[in-house]
Ligand binder design. Structure first.
Ligand code: GAL
Length: 392
């Protein structure tokens, strides 16, 4: 039931990612020529401008880089258990258990793996504690333990090539999640025919949606000091992470693309963390009381920003605007209460299901596309009730 609400919300965005024959099944998504992809992308552009540029970019890239891209499968109302998975061992490495979003993802992944037929006692989650050395040790242990499949949310995406080498050498299929390895690495999976894939969303889309939420307010609403510009501060996640890089870049780009002038007052690294962001935004507002918009790369930092904004005696949606990403419950409640301008739903339900499915597909010989993409959904007061109903 809940899932149906999300399906409706996602349907428009999904249309934009039906690329190059990437239909419902990852296994049947062998690349199609770019000429076939183009009409799908341009058709989508007419209905959902939001994600169309991302879709079009991907369609072009698919032909050039050899990476096979598939659209994530819709999450079914109920998952059918496959008894052949009952004795398979799964190792899951999470970059840091204390991360709010990865906690939601991790809990759902555990549920979906079990629903798919893996036994709870055969699934082990390891906390990388935000340290690549620690995580590498955990990967070595999983290999020594002869797990049947590995799911890895790397601490450093730049370590992916090294991780892939050792996991592939041990003949273990590998599903990367949340922190996307770079294009050269994904291309290698394709050209070398490795049993390795990535499940996640395109961070450019989330940045674009953040920027659109702000641009849609209009310059007359935003521009409190009348200088004709959007005066903003940016709070970034971990800079090693492509999500932080793209959200920072594409949020501002979307505001500019809408014809608004921007003026960056401050840009700080909050490492996805609420308390860190609270301190950074408090300082930034003290130096720049003229701030009109606070962009945060995620909601945890957005919630910290909100505390700092309130402590500075400012009111969101009256004299300052605030956007995040993830759709954490608290952020949704704040949107509903009018104290948070908007967020972007980072669909952990879809990502968790498609990760569990990718693990199964490697084990039963179905195989996977190298890139399995989920879509983000823009969240404002217009649809916050629907999103709340679907995630709770
Ligand atoms: C992002 C998410 C952040 C944080 C990060 C960790 O996708 O928006 O909140 O969880 O992943 O890599």
């Amino acid at each position: 039931m809940k899932r149906k609400v999300v399906s409706v919300l996602l349907s428009a965005a999904m249309a934009t990612t039906i690329l190059a024959g990437c239909g419902s099944s990852a296994s049947t998504t062998a690349s199609a020529p770019a000429s076939e992809a183009a009409p799908a992308a341009s058709e989508a552009a007419s209905t959902t401008a939001d994600a169309a540029s991302t879709a079009a970019d991907d369609a072009t890239a698919a032909a050039a880089d050899g990476i096979t891209r598939a659209t994530a499968e819709a999450v079914p109302d109920s998952i059918e258990a496959d008894t052949s998975l009952a004795d398979k061992k799964v190792g899951v490495c999470i970059y840091q258990f204390s991360d709010n979003f990865m906690t939601l993802f991790r809990q759902k992944l555990q549920e979906d793996l079990v629903a798919m037929g893996f036994k709870e006692e055969n699934i082990t989650f390891a906390d990388g504690a935000n340290d690549q050395g620690t995580q590498t040790g955990q990967i070595d242990n999983f290999i020594a333990d002869q797990v049947d499949v590995l799911i890895i949310n790397p601490v450093n995406s730049s370590s992916a090539a090294t991780i892939t080498d050792k996991v592939v050498a041990a003949n273990i299929p590998l599903v990367y999640i949340n922190r996307e390895p770079d294009e050269a690495e994904e291309t290698r999976w394709a050209t070398e025919g490795l049993n390795v894939c990535y499940v996640g969303c395109d961070a450019r889309q989330s940045g674009t949606m953040q920027g659109e939420i702000i641009a849609d307010l209009g310059i007359d609403t935003i521009d409190k000091n009348g200088n004709g510009q959007v005066d903003y501060i940016m709070i970034e996640g971990d800079p090693e992470n492509v999500d932080a890089k793209y959200r920072t870049e594409f949020s501002v780009k979307a505001v500019q693309d809408a014809g608004l002038e921007v003026n960056e007052l401050d840009d700080e690294v909050g490492n996805w963390d609420q308390a860190t962001a609270q301190g950074l935004v408090a300082n930034a507002l003290a130096s720049h009381p003229e701030t009109e918009v606070v962009f945060c790369n995620n909601d945890a930092m957005g919630l910290g920003a909100l505390q700092a904004i309130q402590a500075a005696g400012k009111t969101v949606n009256e004299d300052i605007y605030l956007v995040g990403v993830d759709a954490l419950t608290e952020a949704l409640e704040d949107i509903k209460a009018g104290t948070y301008t908007g967020t972007v739903f980072n669909d952990h339900l879809s990502q968790a299901y498609n990760t569990a499915l990718a693990a199964k597909n490697f084990l039963d010989g179905t195989g996977n596309a190298q890139y399995i993409g989920c879509d983000y959904v823009k969240v404002t007061t217009d649809n916050v009730d629907d999103i709340m109903a679907s995630v709770q």
